[in-house]
Design a protein around this ligand. Structure first.
Ligand code: ATP
Ligand code: MG
Length: 286
């Protein structure tokens, strides 16, 4: 089992900086992680010691199913997020890493890097999203499940190494779609209701089938990996929905641990990957 309290405290510091529009000023060096998500675009920053230093987040629709579909829009947003964090830090950001979903290849991987470069970063590393998430979670054996907006990413770990990855197009967007359909409300309104913890109990029966579908995906991919998965670690914004861990645990029969501020786990991991790239000379595309 991982030390989830450590993870929550660590990621919570970034959440605090984003919320308060503040940052850790005066560090020797800063390393950025750029996460281009289907729903959230995030820039997270750590310092030379790997301490959380700052961050900025924006809702946007410039990436779909793991592909950059609006390059110009993505560059503009990342540039703005970069500026926002720089103002809080009182320092310029130079280097960044980016991450791509499992299964993304070739020019699609390059697209993520070009967005960061277009926004004014020197992009020193591209890596798979779950590999980044595990720099924060530090899972040795088990499965990391990143339930984002558009997709659910799965990584199986053995002795601390990622041995299998997959990405399936079911995520938080599908929660909002079924809520919009059930209550006959626009998508954006469903999205807001869904994120309100005080409404999640009432919405639970409506979104339960989507949770079950995600559980089946986890089961199937764990089986396909050929490894015996004994624990599941949840990250990605959709895992913040109350009770999703119980559905997944019930269906898979495995213990499920979920991170607090789950939408920030992968972004912070990408920032740590950037730091690793510079300090350990581990640059390039993984
Ligand atoms: N408190 C919450 N409860 C339920 N869902 C939430 C909550 N907060 C955020 N979400 C959902 O989490 C999703 C965003 O999470 P995340 O940032 O991990 O995804 P993403 O990286 O943008 O998408 P993807 O990884 O699929 O490209 C959205 O669908 C959003 O509605
Ligand atoms: Mg994501």
């Amino acid at each position: 089992m991982i030390d989830i309290d450590r993870v929550n405290q660590y990621v919570g510091q970034i959440a605090g900086y984003i919320e308060g529009n503040t940052a850790l000023r005066g560090a020797k060096q800063y390393f950025a992680g750029v996460d281009l998500g289907t729903t959230y675009m995030v820039v997270a920053v750590v310092d030379e010691e790997g301490r959380p230093a700052g961050g900025a987040l924006r809702c946007a629709e410039v990436v779909r199913d793991g592909l950059v579909v609006d390059y110009v829009g993505a560059v503009k947003i990342v540039r703005e997020l970069k500026k926002e964090v720089e103002e809080a830090l009182g320092s310029e950001l130079e280097v960044a890493a980016v991450a791509y979903p499992p299964g993304c290849e070739g020019r699609n991987v390059d697209a993520f890097r070009y967005v960061a470069e277009g926004a004014g970063f020197e992009c020193v590393r591209s890596l798979e999203e779950p590999v980044a998430a595990n720099l924060v979670l530090q899972v040795k054996d088990g499965a990391i499940v990143d339930i984002g907006g558009g997709t659910t990413g799965i990584a199986v770990l053995k002795d601390g190494e990622v041995v299998y990855t997959a990405d399936e197009p079911t995520g938080g967007t599908h929660f909002s779609l079924v809520i919009a359909g059930a209550y006959k409300i626009p998508f954006y309104e469903a999205e807001e209701r869904k994120k309100d913890p005080s409404l999640q109990m009432e919405l639970f029966p409506v979104v339960k089938p989507v949770m079950e579908k995600i559980s089946i995906i986890i089961e199937r991919e764990s089986r396909r990996s050929g490894y015996s998965v004994k624990e599941i670690y949840l990250c990605g914004g959709t895992s913040a929905f109350k009770g999703i861990e119980k559905i997944i645990a019930g269906r898979t029969g495995l213990p499920v641990v979920k991170a607090a501020y789950p939408w920030l786990v992968t972004p912070v991991g990408i920032a740590l990957a950037c730091r690793e790239a510079i300090l350990n000379g581990h640059e390039g595309t993984d």
